[in-house]
Design a protein around this ligand. Structure first.
Ligand code: 8YV
Length: 314
């Protein structure tokens, strides 16, 4: 019988991934990637949290491919991989809709105080209806600023247009096609921060975007503005966000991602009534997670065969 290629994987493999890999590769625990192996390990399969750097690649002789379950590859040192000729696969094209849906859900929830309202309505404090309580702000007709006009930003913009929002975006490069197609307007970062009622973060985490939403950026936002982060926690400086919320420099925040994840129980971001936090659910739908599993396994197997990956990070 033919020896199955050995692959190290982080985290528990879900049934879909387990099923796709069953009998095809031999899955070894992440510990092997941390400790190294004298046996050839041909693939790294990652969910996105542990760091994958050159030192790890060098501990795994015979490494042919790194396949990421997810689109963000900020945890993988791409320069180290390319120096070693190791292709890196990710999963664009299958998760943008789900992620934008969640972003929009968070936006709506924060604007209309859905989570706060739920807690209240389920508590014994809710004894009598009052037409003056829990007034939120309107979503339709307001201005959304999208920072990062990639595949996810585009999907967010489409949804926003359905809500009759004015959409501004900021991106490293202008996207004239998206402007024409979706009727969105390019803005400098400062202009976007100053004009938006909602600021949605859809940038990848890079050295350029790390900490880009800091005290200076937060101070430029309207006091009534709501920040939504569906990108990576480290795009926002936690300490600055906490201060902006405490001083009322912005009105609310809805975060699907934080740094770290999860936040420690005593973290200052926890406990605000105007902060919503979800546990990194952007791509978490049954349908999307299945497509991510299939694509990431297809990338992995292509790399193990020495073929080009269907979706390679360049
Ligand atoms: C996670 C994501 O990677 O694609 C991304 O960049 O953030 C998510 O899809 C995924 O949930 C795996 O942990």
């Amino acid at each position: 019988s033919i020896r199955r290629p050995r692959v190290v994987a982080d985290g528990p493999l879900n049934d879909t991934i387990g099923g796709l890999l069953q009998g095809v590769v031999e899955v070894l625990p992440w510990m092997v990637a941390l400790e190294g192996s004298s046996e050839p390990i041909e693939g790294i399969y990652t969910y996105g949290h542990p760091q994958v750097d050159g030192a790890m690649m060098d501990r795994l002789p015979g490494l042919k491919v790194i396949s990421n379950f997810g689109v963000g590859v900020d945890h993988i040192n791409l320069a180290d991989a390319s120096q070693r000729g190791i292709p890196v696969g990710n999963t664009p094209g299958v998760l943008e809709g789900a992620t934008a849906d969640l972003g929009f859900g968070l936006l709506l929830a924060a604007a209309r105080r859905v989570v706060e309202g739920d807690r209240y309505a389920q508590s014994p404090e809710f004894t009598v209806y009052d037409p003056g309580f829990m007034l939120g702000v309107e979503v339709h007709g307001s201005t959304l600023g999208i920072i990062g006009m990639g595949n996810i930003g585009r999907e967010v913009a489409k949804r926003a247009r359905g809500f009759e929002m004015t959409v501004l975006y900021h991106n490293r490069t202008r996207r004239p096609n998206v402007e024409t197609e979706l009727g969105v307007r390019f803005a400098s970062l400062d202009e976007l921060l100053a004009e938006a009622d909602f600021v949605m973060l859809t940038v990848p985490l890079t050295e350029e975007t790390r900490g880009m939403i800091d005290a200076v950026a937060l101070a430029k936002m309207k006091r009534s503005a709501i920040l939504v982060n569906i990108a990576r926690g480290s795009v926002v400086r936690n300490a600055d966000l906490v201060e902006a919320l405490q001083t009322g420099e912005i009105a609310a925040a809805a975060l699907d991602v934080t740094d770290p994840e999860p936040l420690p129980r005593d973290h200052p971001l926890l406990g605000f009534s105007n902060v919503i936090i979800t546990p990194h659910l952007g791509s978490a739908t049954v349908q999307t997670r299945r497509r991510m599993a299939e694509l990431s396994v297809t990338n992995l197997l292509a790399g193990l065969r020495g073929e080009p990956l269907p979706r390679a990070v360049t």
